[in-house]
Design a protein around this ligand. Structure first.
Ligand code: PDD
Length: 278
């Protein structure tokens, strides 16, 4: 199995990281998870654009335009590893390696790596729905940047698992933001609602695709924040992500409790998304 290591394709066993990589000391790096369906990357262009935006926001000097080869490298990695079925590509860009110092210098060379992984679509969860755990959003105020600094997210995910839930849904006070590794939609009286793409959430690629598909179906999507009460009183709710696609929520636990049924709009969007993938 090969991994992408800067501009080279090398054996995974030979891939060793610098002791001084800043993503290790400071979480000083950004990443993307790109789905692969039947050997083809899904929405690769959008992911690479978001990676560029994350790098720009963190002042990491990396230009994907100049390095058009990145797109080629990702495709090559999928081919080399014979990922013909379903899976994903993990791509990480670190500010680079230098003696530990909070102050970063702009001349350090960024470091990029990627690996592929086979993965089946979690159909069971998509058909049966999941229980989610409500918890306070303790993350920083730039959740729009896809950084590898994910402590708030990993603590929330562990909390959810400890309560037999598959995902954590985070809220800042009364306002619901997003999952620990997914975005959240609710449906009330036929209208969809999801948090606006501001600094409090990651603007998910799946979120953007779902908004687009919904609007094409003539459904109205309101990009406005909602409260935990509104969420529990919704008719339907689902999470979206590259890994989970569209997964319905059937139970709420944590700071508030409630049950929910999988509804027709969730199912309609699930089949629209499948059609878009195929
Ligand atoms: N996570 N919000 C957060 C905090 C996320 O980490 C993710 C994705 C999303 C959904 O974004 P997208 O639709 O582009 O996958 C929303 C990835 C899958 C991960 O960290 O593994």
């Amino acid at each position: 199995e090969k991994v992408l290591f800067n501009d080279k394709m090398i054996d995974r066993e030979n891939a060793s990281f610098s002791f001084d990589d800043r993503s290790m000391y400071f979480g000083d790096g950004v990443y993307e998870v790109i789905r692969v369906y039947s050997g083809h990357p899904y929405k690769l262009e959008m992911h690479l654009q978001r990676l560029q935006r994350s790098a720009d926001e963190l002042d990491i000097p990396y230009s994907i335009k100049e390095k058009q080869s990145l797109k080629k490298s990702v495709m090559e990695l999928i081919d080399t590893n014979n990922l013909n079925g379903d899976g994903y590509v993990y791509l990480q860009l670190s500010r680079g390696a230098t003696a530990r110092d909070h102050l970063y210098e702009r001349h350090i060379e960024p470091f990029i790596f990627a690996f592929t992984k086979e993965m089946e679509t979690p159909l069971n969860q998509q058909e049966q729905g999941i229980a989610v755990y409500l918890t306070e959003d303790i993350r920083w105020l730039r959740c729009d940047i896809k950084t590898v600094n994910l402590l708030g997210n990993v603590l929330a995910k562990r909390q959810a698992a400890d309560h037999d839930c598959s995902e954590a849904i985070q809220h800042r006070g009364d306002t619901v933001t997003e999952g620990s590794s997914s975005n959240l939609f609710i449906v009330k009286d036929g209208q969809l609602k999801t948090h606006p793409a501001d600094n409090l959430i990651l603007n998910g690629i799946t979120r953007q695709v779902v908004i687009d598909l919904a609007e094409k179906q003539g459904l109205s999507v309101s990009l406005t924040a909602f409260t935990t009460e509104e969420m529990l009183e919704a008719d339907e709710a689902f999470i979206t992500s590259t890994i989970n696609e569209i997964t319905p929520i059937i139970e709420w636990r944590g700071t508030k409790h409630g049950m929910m049924k999988i509804g027709p709009i969730t199912k309609q969007l699930q089949s629209e998304l499948q059609a878009d993938i195929e």
